[in-house]
Design a protein around this ligand. Structure first.
Ligand code: NAD
Length: 376
C-alpha cells in the first residue's frame, strides 16, 4: 500500500494528528479488505499486559482454526499482517485437506520467554471464548501445551491439550510420504519409491518419521541437519547417507524433501537443484510465489507445501472430532489423491501447482457456500 501524500491544508498539529489517526484507521480496514477477512479483534488487557490479535479469515466450511503465536514483533502493524496472512493460510490448508474447518490465527505480542504466563493466556482464553466458537486455537511458535491448559481454564475452544492428540508429526510425516508417492506417480508414472533417492533437509520430528517410512519402502535417504545428534539418529536407524547442510540443495537425487525451514526454494537454491520432485513437510517453502513458477519452468514437480503437510491439521481435527489415530492416519493418507487433483488442475488450467492448490481450495469453499445459501 502506498503512503498518502500529505495535504498542505493539514498544517495545525491537532489537525495532523487527527488526520494521521484517520489514515491509520482507514489503512487497517484496507488491510482486512485486501486479505478478505471476516473479522479481526484487537485486545489489550492492562492488568496482565496482554496484547492480542485474533483474525478470522473465513468460516464458510466451519469454525476458524489456527494456533496462537507468541512473538516479539518489531511493531503492531507487522503483528497484524502476520496474523492476517497466517489466518488466510489456514483457510486454504483446511479446505484442501477436506476438513470442515475455516481459517483463523491469533498472535500475542510480547516476549515469549516470559515466566508468568497464566494471566496472559487466561486473558487470551477469555477473548477466544468471547468469539463464541467462531475461532478455535492451538499451539504455535512461542506457545506450548501448558499454555493451552491456561486457555482451557477459560474456554473449550482450544485444542492440542495435554494427553489428547499429542505429537502430530507421525501423522504429518505419513501425509508427506503419501504426497511424495503421488508426485512419483505423476512424474514417473509409478508411485513406488523403492530404489529412489530422497534428500531430506531436517531430521527433526517430521524428517525422522519420514525417513523411517522411506527406509521401509526401500528408498535410499540422504540427510542433513545442523543438529549432529538428530542427523546421527537418521543415519544409524535408516542407513541414510549424511550430507553437509549447504550441500543438500545440490545432491543428485530423485526427490528433495524440505523438512526444516521455510523460504528454502529461492534464487540461490533453485539453480543448484538436481532433483525431479520437491515434496516435504516444511511450511512456506517458496521464498516468493515466483519461485513456484521457476520450478515449473525447470520441469520440477512441486507438491505445494500446505497440501502435503496438512497431516498436522488433520491430527488436530481428529482431537476435535474424537477420531481414532487410525482414522486420522487414513485421512492424512488422502493427501495422495489431493496432490494428484492439484496436478490435474495445473495441467487443465496451465498453471503451476502452487496456484492450482489455491484454485482447489477456493472451489471447495465456493461450492459449499452455494450449498448452504438457502434457509433451512
Ligand atoms: P523440528 O524442529 O522437530 O525439526 C526441524 C529440524 O530441522 C531440526 O532438527 C533442526 O535442527 C533442523 N534444521 C534447522 N535448520 C536447518 C538447516 N539450515 N539445515 C538443516 N537442518 C536444519 O520441526 P518439525 O516439527 O519436524 O517440523 C519441520 C517443518 O515442518 C517445519 O517447517 C514445520 O513448520 C513443518 N510442519 C510440521 C508439522 C508437524 O506436525 N510437526 C506439521 C506441519 C508442518
Amino acid at each position: 500500500m502506498k503512503a498518502r501524500v500529505k495535504s498542505s491544508a493539514s498544517s495545525s498539529p491537532a489537525h495532523s494528528r487527527a488526520s494521521a489517526k484517520k489514515e491509520e484507521a482507514t489503512a487497517l480496514f484496507a488491510l482486512l479488505e485486501e486479505h478478505e477477512h471476516e473479522q479481526v479483534s484487537l485486545v489489550y488487557e492492562p492488568s496482565s499486559g496482554y496484547r492480542g490479535i485474533i483474525a478470522i479469515h473465513d468460516t464458510t466450511l466451519g469454525p476458524a482454526l489456527g494456533g496462537t503465536r507468541f512473538w516479539h514483533y518489531a511493531n503492531d502493524r507487522d503483528a497484524l499482517i502476520d496474523c492476517l496472512r497466517l489466518a488466510r493460510g489456514m483457510t486454504y490448508k483446511a479446505a484442501v485437506a477436506g476438513l470442515n474447518l475455516g481459517g483463523g490465527k491469533s498472535v500475542i505480542i510480547g516476549d515469549n520467554k516470559i515466566r508468568n504466563r497464566e494471566p496472559i493466556f487466561r486473558a487470551h482464553g477469555r477473548h477466544v471464548k468471547a468469539l463464541g466458537g467462531r475461532y478455535i486455537t492451538a499451539e504455535d511458535v512461542g506457545t506450548s501445551v501448558s499454555d493451552m491448559e491456561f486457555i482451557k481454564a477459560e474456554t473449550d475452544h482450544v485444542t492440542g491439550l495435554i494427553g489428547k492428540s499429542g505429537d502430530p508429526s507421525p501423522v504429518t510425516a505419513f501425509g508427506v510420504y503419501r504426497g511424495m508417492k503421488a508426485c512419483a506417480k505423476h512424474h514417473y508414472g509409478d508411485d513406488g519409491l523403492k530404489g529412489k533417492t530422497v534428500a531430506i533437509q531436517g531430521c527433526g520430528h517430521v524428517g525422522y518419521y519420514l525417513a523411517d517410512l522411506l527406509y521401509k519402502e526401500g528408498a535410499q535417504v540422504y540427510a542433513t541437519d545442523i543438529d549432529a545428534a538428530k542427523l546421527k539418529a537418521v543415519v544409524d536407524d535408516f542407513r541414510a547417507k549424511a550430507v553437509n547442510a549447504e550441500e543438500i540443495y545440490s545432491v543428485e537425487a530423485d526427490i528433495f524433501a524440505p523438512c526444516a525451514l521455510g523460504g528454502i526454494i529461492n534464487d540461490e537454491t533453485i539453480p543448484q537443484l538436481k532433483v525431479a520432485i520437491i515434496a516435504g513437510g516444511a511450511n512456506n517453502q517458496l521464498a516468493e510465489e515466483r519461485h513456484g513458477d521457476l520450478l515449473e519452468e525447470k520441469g520440477i514437480t512441486y507438491a505445494p507445501d500446505y497440501v502435503i503437510n496438512a497431516g498436522g491439521l488433520v491430527n488436530v481435527n481428529a482431537e476435535l472430532e474424537g477420531w481414532t489415530m487410525e482414522r486420522a492416519r487414513n485421512k492424512a493418507g488422502e493427501i495422495y489423491e489431493t496432490i494428484l487433483m492439484v496436478f490435474d488442475i495445473a495441467a487443465e488450467e496451465r498453471m503451476p501447482s502452487y496456484r492450482a492448490a489455491d484454485r482447489l481450495a477456493e472451489r471447495r469453499i465456493a461450492a459449499i457456500a452455494k450449498v448452504r445459501q438457502n434457509f433451512v
